[in-house]
Design a protein around this ligand. Structure first.
Ligand code: GDP
Length: 441
């Protein structure tokens, strides 16, 4: 996400920071470039114009120009103003006091509504909140079956009825009643969509909304559609009334214009962003963290949260014990690799690391997922004894492992070296935990 914009902005600001003292003209030129970059990223032109005007006003104050690091001050202002552009009301999703809290999901067909319903249910489950999915999308023939499949996969109950004999409002009402009987925290109502906004769809959604009085009405928009997503959000907000937005397919949107415009234009907060097709590819939205990511300053907090979700607590505690006693084995190494894969792969992890954001694209080729898969195959081709005592892996064992994993002996050596490095790191950590924290900072 935001690949091109991040490249452009970091380029502009590194030139600015390279200058030492700044003149008004330097700032003017740089902000002219920022404005063009925003427009190229498909940001709404009014939003881009106002953004640049605000930054300029603040940047031209004597305080910035006379400071010792004016370039850094400008970046700080840009970060604050980006955060402001992305902020509106409450970005969190909190349940109401009554059971269940009703969340009604609306959106155009293909926006990712049904997928998002399942992602949200999983997110709630991970927060120890119970949820039910209600299949009130009676327009798309496969929508009910799709929701049932997703519910089965995630072990989340799905309420559905025969589409021939009930209306969406009836299904939604009965589903919410069922969720109340089961005393569930959330009832997520998946509603119908169309390819374009039309009166019939809006009337149907209004009827469902009247029937179940949702605590949260959330629109899913496809971020890849750029300004069309913003227009759709305006129209849905006007007709149905929205409490929040989910921007789907941010993984495929290299420009980011919709994300940067939608809240300023509609006044509705983004609550989540979808970052892939998997059920766990949903991130809570935090304006300040997103601004940091756009400026390639990293997003360590989201990274830590993802790690907490990907690695189960039991394993984390075990790993911690092994670090303390320095008994980290190749099997643990394998666990770690799988953890990274669960966290969305190396590229997406690197995107969130401070200072690595811009490199993640370049590194993708060298450190891509296939490399991780290779490492996994190599470790899996080792016997238990070899995993326990990797020092015994020499000539013929090395050849056998290479053959078994479809790699060559040099690859096996590389994995063993990586493992030794990691093990050394663990030893250092066990001797000096503060040292590792310093390294991470
Ligand atoms: P609906 O018609 O709005 O219910 O749309 P679906 O939930 O069926 O999603 C349409 C397509 O978009 C499916 O192929 C999904 O896998 C895909 N999709 C949904 N969300 C995301 C996302 O965040 N990233 C990516 N890459 N694909 C997504």
């Amino acid at each position: 996400m935001f690949d091109n914009l991040t490249d452009r902005l970091t380029g502009i600001f590194s030139r600015l920071q390279g200058k030492g003292r700044l003149t008004e003209k330097d700032i003017d030129d740089a902000l002219g470039q920022v404005r063009r970059s925003l427009l190229e990223a498909d940001v709404n032109f009014r939003v881009a114009r106002e953004f640049v005007a605000t930054v300029k006003e603040r940047a031209l104050s004597g305080e910035v120009l006379e400071s010792l690091s004016p370039g850094q001050q400008v970046v700080k202002i840009v970060h604050e103003e980006l955060t402001d552009v992305l902020s509106a009301g409450d970005h969190r999703l909190t349940p109401a006091s009554q059971l269940p809290s009703v969340l009604m999901l609306v959106g155009l067909q293909g926006s990712g509504k049904t997928t998002t319903a399942a992602k949200l249910a999983l997110h709630m489950k991970r927060q120890q909140h119970s949820a039910m999915l209600i299949a009130a999308d009676l327009r798309r023939p496969a929508a009910i079956a799709q929701l049932q499949t997703l519910g089965n996969q995630l072990d989340i109950p799905v309420y559905s009825e025969d589409p021939g004999s009930s209306t969406p409002a009836q299904v939604a009402t009965a589903g919410v009643r069922r969720a109340a009987e089961l005393a569930l925290t959330w009832a997520i109502v998946d509603t119908g969509g169309r390819l374009h906004i039309d009166d019939e769809l809006m009337a149907e959604l209004e009827e469902v909304k009247r029937a179940v009085s949702p605590h949260q009405t959330i629109l899913v928009v496809d971020s890849m559609t750029g300004q069309d997503a913003v227009n759709a959000a305006e129209e849905f907000h006007r007709r149905v009334g929205l409490d929040g937005l989910v921007l789907s397919k941010m993984d495929g949107d290299a420009r980011g214009g919709a994300a940067l415009s939608i809240t300023r234009v509609t006044g509705v907060p983004i609550k989540f962003v979808g970052t892939g097709e998997r059920n766990d590819a949903l991130e809570q939205f935090h304006p300040d963290r997103m601004a940091s990511r756009i400026l390639a300053m990293g997003d360590v907090l989201t990274l830590i949260e993802r790690a907490q979700e990907a690695v189960d607590e039991e394993k984390a505690r075990e790993l911690e014990r092994k670090m303390r006693t320095a008994s980290f084995t190749l099997d643990d190494f394998l666990d770690q690799i799988q953890g990274v894969q669960k966290m969305g792969g190396l590229a997406s992890v690197m995107e969130m690391m401070p200072g690595l954001g811009r490199q993640s694209k370049k590194m993708q080729g060298q450190l891509d997922e296939s490399e991780l898969k290779k490492t996994e195959a190599i470790i899996r081709s080792m016997t238990m004894e070899e995993r326990d005592k990797p020092d015994i892996i020499k000539g013929s064992r090395r050849r056998r492992i290479a053959l078994g994993s479809g790699t060559n002996p040099a690859d096996v050596n590389r994995v063993l070296n990586q493992f030794k490095q990691t093990q050394r790191l663990m030893r250092q950590f066990s001797n000096n935990p503060k040292g590792l924290m310093r390294m991470l900072r």
